[in-house]
Write a protein that binds this ligand. Sequence first.
Ligand code: ADP
Ligand code: MG
Length: 563
Amino acid sequence: AAEAETRQFETEVSQLLQLMIHSLYSNREIFLRELISNGADACDKLRFEATANPDAIPQPAELHIDVDVDKDARTVTVHDNGIGMSRDEVIRQIGTIAHSGTRAFLEKLTGDQQKDAQLIGQFGVGFYSSFIVADHVRVETRRAGTGVEAGTRWESKGDGEYTLSDCERAEPGTEITLTLKEDADEFLEPMRLRHVIGRYSDHVAFPIRMRKQDDEGNPTDEWETVNRASALWTRPKSEISDEEYREFYKHIAHDFEDPVAWTHNHVEGRQEYTTLFYIPGRAPFDLWDRDARHGVKLYVKRVFIMDDAEKLLPNYLRFVRGVVDSSDLPLNVSREILQDNRLVDSIRSGSVKKILGLLENIAKNEPEKYAGIWDNFGRVLKEGPGEDFANQQQIAGLLRFASTYNDDDTQNVSFADYKARMKEGQDAIYVISADNAAAARNSPHLEVFRKHGIEVLLLSDRVDEWLLSNLREFDGTPIKNVAKGDLDLDNIIGEQDSDDADNTEDRKDDELGDLPERIQSALGDRVDSVRPSKRLVDSPACIVLGEHEMALYLQELLKQAGQ
Ligand code: ADP
Ligand code: MG
């Protein structure tokens, strides 16, 4: 057996620990929620593995999470009989921080206590929250499917190092013992713990048990369940409070903040399934990582199957968190099976409808809330029209843009808003794309539109070019990039501006003489053609792209990338 060894935390972990202890101090009871949440995850995983691989991993009689106190030793213990961890897993999962966004997160820290405290509140700290109340933490754990002597003990004071040693564990699972700090006495009171469990962990699908007390209030050897212990999504909507929905979100999303909205649905008919989806209150740190985690957990008949079931939602909804519980999929369903499965396809399209419907509802009835969602996830939603043709128009309706109609660059104009303001005779939605908001707003291409009071949507997110190449119209009206191809404004300007009649193209052509040809010959084959244009009012010239050409700044980007 391996000797006891002392190891250093990764630097990031120590840094994070210190910060967390200070910032979460006023909300420190959440340590219990985090430990119970991990215990519940471990029970989910064990049940899954025992189903998938019954020879190696026997199903335990009952999965549960026990919370116990020892007033003399000043300890609180959280014990689960879930999957447990091997020595390697302990090192990997408890000595490091798995979240890929950690480094990015730490870079954002300012050193200003108050600001950092807000940041840490946005970052799931999980297991480490133990150190808010404890000055010593001991983890004893054994992976299911291994022998009694295969246990591992992990101990730390949260001061930068931890020790690992072997131990015996009669049962698989994990026991975490916190030795409380002097000022954390309140958590030695069973009543206080029950209260905290009721508040944050009532929705946990496994029994959370505490010792029964005798008439004098002393602990007995009998245990009782102190939570409701039924999977929240299986209960009727009318019986679930907002508070319960929120706490459930924090559990499944590993988020410390409240979600902004959710939609919960039981579907019956050809297939039976339940979905509960949440829109988070902030963007996760890895939203733009190529291999960002997707947020949907898959259950089959209440048995946890997998986290991060990326096939259940399209990419452009990757910010959504939630649960799908199917009654029809087989219990041994694998990622490969999910790839190409009619049941999954139909759950997926039903789910997309629910989520788009939820977003539409918020956009219509709570525009301020929608503005917040758009801020966080708008650029992701803009991937939608290119990814999901079936719902293209519905997604397009959810998009918001900056516009020449507004004085600032807030993205809050929808295609529908735009259409309602179109001029008589106008038959296209005009947009301009550039690599930043100022470049879009100051483009010479907008001169003629400004002069005639025609609104133009200003697109300057990276994803906008991709959006424009996939979305050609909205609600029957073509979307036209004013920097590309021929621009025919006669319908609108012709009627409106009769006193501008002098400005006709013929007249201009006369005045210009052979100037266009001379410019053309000077530029040679660097341009396709040089033409007089009505696009401009103040500027002498501008570059116009062919209808299907790539935006200039993208061409530039590709050039820089050596393409
Ligand atoms: P998160 O739950 O968001 O992954 P945590 O810090 O809460 O982050 O936990 C880190 C990891 O440690 C978990 O992902 C899990 O792999 C492991 N872990 C923590 N507690 C337990 C437990 N009770 N049983 C098994 N594994 C655990
Ligand atoms: Mg956790």
